[in-house]
Write a protein that binds this ligand. Structure first.
Ligand SMILES: NC(=O)c1ccc[n+]([C@@H]2O[C@H](COP(=O)([O-])OP(=O)(O)OC[C@H]3O[C@@H](n4cnc5c(N)ncnc54)[C@H](O)[C@@H]3O)[C@@H](O)[C@H]2O)c1
Length: 384
């Protein structure tokens, strides 16, 4: 494999691939030859390229991992597919639905593997919840709700490419982490979001940039800073309608002190409720009306199906973010080994179809807010 975009998330892709044990990490491509060489040394990768086209052209590389900022996803993913390489792209797949559809269409036509790392699907208890709902153990869902809250943008001195619409897309927090929540809600419920009503806010209207745009989550340099007026949201609340008539709501924000990676999803059915929190990911809350509530601990003796397949450790041995990420990368390479035949893909594995869909949901949310808080339908064209 070769990786393009060696920043914050890149080492987690490399770790997951290396954990597979039989995949060679051939090269890294960065924004310059010097930065690529520095990262290649750091991550003990043999080859470094200052231009992603050169990495894609490397005949020894069969799989491209794309961890560049959002504005490069279209160009990198398309070039990789056109070169006949399997692609594992980080989210959001694209800046908008037009780009997302272009990538979905190119990926489906290519016959290659196309994966988007909506990695929270890889948590064992997320799969336990999904399968309980699929087996009708929760009954008919009436309400799906939650949040994804972080605090890394609390300070006006926090400035990354994510707050620059030319690099992140028209949305900041919705594209960045709202995309994860919506994907997870659809995946676990088995229901599509069909309409949304949104209220978006920019809590920090001016941020102070220190020199060049820094990598995400990195400590900001001191010295002189330039004020930059924010154009995209850092807080959003959204009402949601699902295809079966179920209702939902969620909030996302990144200026909320104390919330580190606070992703929560709760689904209320006619038989029981299911609740999962990323920061307590080894527990699944089961709420009942006529029996005591319960906490299902992640334990291979207590879970089944995909949840069991994803459980790598005995009960009480905490599994975490990187393990769930590994589960998705594991399924991606299982698909690749099967020549990306559609029937060989795990039902859990998120593809460019899911990535494109996600851009359509975010677009409807942005349209709803722009229209003054009016219901908007999700405009999405399924693959032919
Ligand atoms: N799945 C997740 O949970 C998750 C978490 C974090 C980030 N992400 C996604 O991963 C992507 C990268 O995010 P990040 O936080 O790692 O950002 P980052 O800014 O830390 O890293 C991006 C890297 O890409 C490099 N780059 C820029 N232009 C390039 C070019 N032309 N060629 C090659 N490299 C180039 C940058 O120098 C930097 O090293 C984003 O799309 C983001 O949404 C996903």
């Amino acid at each position: 494999m070769g990786l393009i975009g060696p920043g914050f998330i890149a080492p987690h892709h490399l770790d997951a691939v290396r954990r597979l044990g039989d995949i060679d990490v051939i090269a890294i491509a960065g924004s310059s030859q010097a930065s690529a060489e520095k990262k290649a040394r750091e991550y003990k990768v043999e080859r470094a390229y200052g231009d992603f086209h050169t990495l894609i052209a490397d005949p020894e590389i069969q799989v491209i991992h794309n961890t560049t900022p959002n504005h490069l996803h279209l160009a990198v993913n398309l070039a990789a597919l056109q070169a006949g390489k399997h692609v594992i792209s980080d989210k959001p797949l694209a800046m908008n639905p037009a780009e997302g559809k272009q990538l979905r269409d190119a990926a489906v036509a290519s016959g290659l593997a196309h994966v988007v790392t909506f990695n929270y699907r890889g948590n064992p208890l997320v799969q336990q919840a999904r399968e309980m709902i699929a087996r009708d153990e929760a009954g008919r869902l009436c309400f799906v709700h939650g949040c994804y809250l972080q605090d890394y943008l609390t300070s006006p001195d926090a400035y990354t490419w994510r707050v620059d619409p030319s690099k992140a897309g028209a949305s900041n927090v919705l594209g960045d982490i709202g995309s994860h929540w919506c994907d997870l809600a659809e995946h676990v419920s088995g229901l599509k979001i069909v309409a949304v009503l949104a209220d978006l806010t920019t809590v920090v209207p001016t941020r102070y940039a220190a020199g060049s745009t820094t990598e995400a989550f990195s400590k900001q340099a001191g010295g002189e800073r330039t004020p930059v007026a924010m154009q995209s949201e850092d807080l959003a609340s959204v009402l949601v309608r699902f295809e079966n008539g179920a209702k939902g709501c969620f909030s996302v924000g990144q200026t909320l002190p104390g919330h580190k990676n606070d992703l929560q999803l709760e689904l209320n059915g006619s038989t029981c409720s299911l609740g999962w929190k990323q920061e307590k990911q080894n527990e699944l809350w089961i709420g009942r009306h006529d029996q005591p509530n319960a906490i299902l601990m992640k334990d291979p003796g207590l879970v089944s199906g995909e949840a069991l397949r994803y459980t790598r450790l005995p009960g009480g041995h905490q599994e975490a973010w990187a393990d769930a990420f590994f589960n998705i990368v594991h399924d991606a390479y299982t698909w690749i080994r099967e020549d990306a035949r559609p029937e060989a893909k795990s039902v859990v594995l998120p593809t460019f179809e899911d990535g494109y869909r996600s851009t359509c949901v975010i677009d409807a949310i942005l349209r709803s807010h722009a229209a003054g808080g009016v219901w908007q339908t999700v405009q999405y064209s399924p693959a032919a």
